[in-house]
Design a protein around this ligand. Structure first.
Ligand code: SF4
Ligand code: SF4
Length: 341
């Protein structure tokens, strides 16, 4: 059964949730919009929040993470593992970013069990907030998503004016609703307002990507070097598109050692970087066009082949945050070889 909450009560709600969880909400205090730990006072994000530059994926796979410490003595090496993960709650995640987590679960869970990611994932509740003011770079609807509804969150909130309608999506969400204060029963009028808000939000996502036969079209264009050289021309290999993409997950591992003590870290990496595939004998993607092709094909061809899902949720970050306006939807629309249905 759906519930609702007054916007005036959101701070109190987050304070209450903060007694059980480490709560994260949209923040711009660092100068870059991101999800930061709830500070107990500032719910002004409800007015300015569109979608953050840094996605909430950073709470589950940080760009920089200590894996363990170690030291050596007469008996050999000793490891010290990180402390157990806190119970977290991400408040305000957009449907595209929640879907992105479902997509990368397949990498961290299906093929190889990654304890660092999975431990945080299972201890994190997702409270979605419908996106009623999308950017013109957003194209979530082309990937089968809605800006205001999601099956990838535990609770879903929809803006209905002075209140949010709250829908329990999972059992975990339902349990949370049952023990939460400040909620009220919804009326038929509230449900109608939510329906209208959803309809309007979807109509604001105007960018389109034709995903029909996309993997096949990419496969048939794979060896067209002229095309890939042309579309990679203006890319400066800065890696921003991949480091900010909620479905990119590549990382590098390094050790820091001082005398007999040290730590092992992992940090975000990008297939856009020339050194990304550097190996002792060669670098198979030395030319920029090969790296651009890899980024595009990995998301829209290889990942669907492995996991039957496109590794993109249409969040549009790679378009709006690229310093040279490289646009993945334009590149995919201009693939030279069309496949007959
Ligand atoms: S953000 Fe733009 S310039 Fe930077 S690597 Fe990505 S496509 Fe290239
Ligand atoms: S490829 Fe671009 S639009 Fe798709 S999820 Fe990544 S950043 Fe968002």
């Amino acid at each position: 059964m759906n519930q609702k909450i007054s916007k005036k009560d959101i701070s109190k709600l987050l304070d209450e949730l903060g007694k059980e969880f480490k709560v994260f909400s949209p923040s711009r205090e660092s100068g870059v919009t991101t999800f930061a730990e709830w500070d107990g006072r500032d719910s002004s994000f409800l007015e300015w929040y569109r979608n953050t530059v840094i996605s909430p994926k950073a709470q589950l796979q940080p760009l920089y993470e200590k894996m363990f410490s170690f030291h050596k003595d007469k008996e050999g090496y000793h490891l010290e593992l990180p402390p157990p993960t806190d119970k977290k709650l991400i408040f305000g995640i957009r449907p595209c970013d929640a879907k992105a987590l479902t997509i990368i679960d397949k990498t961290f869970q299906d093929t190889y069990q990654d304890p660092y990611y999975l431990d945080k994932r299972k201890n994190t509740l997702l409270v979605g907030l419908g996106c009623t003011n999308p950017y013109d770079s957003c194209f979530c609807t082309s990937l089968g998503l809605s800006p205001t509804q999601s099956s990838d969150v535990d609770l879903m909130l929809t803006d209905i004016g002075d209140e949010f309608l709250i829908e329990a999506v999972t059992d975990r969400g339902m349990k949370l609703i049952k023990k939460t204060s400040y909620l009220k029963e919804v009326t038929k009028t509230d449900e109608a307002k939510a329906e209208e808000a959803r309809r309007q939000a979807s109509s604001k996502v105007t960018r389109r990507l034709d995903t029909k036969d996309l993997a096949k079209r990419l496969l048939s264009s794979f060896d067209d070097q002229d095309f890939w050289e042309k579309v990679s021309n203006k890319c400066i290999s800065c890696g921003i598109c991949t480091l900010l993409c909620p479905t990119c997950y590549c990382f590098d591992i390094s050790d820091e050692l001082v005398k007999k003590e040290g730590s092992r870290f992992r940090s975000g990496d990008s297939c856009a970087f020339p050194v990304y595939t550097k190996m002792p004998m060669e670098n198979p993607r030395l030319e920029k066009w090969r790296r651009v092709r890899q980024k595009v094909c990995h998301k829209y061809e290889f990942y669907p082949m492995s996991f039957e899902v496109i590794a993109c949720s249409g969040c549009g970050r790679c378009i709006r945050l690229c310093p040279v306006n490289w646009d993945i939807t334009q590149i995919l629309a201009s693939l030279p070889v069309k496949v007959k249905a």
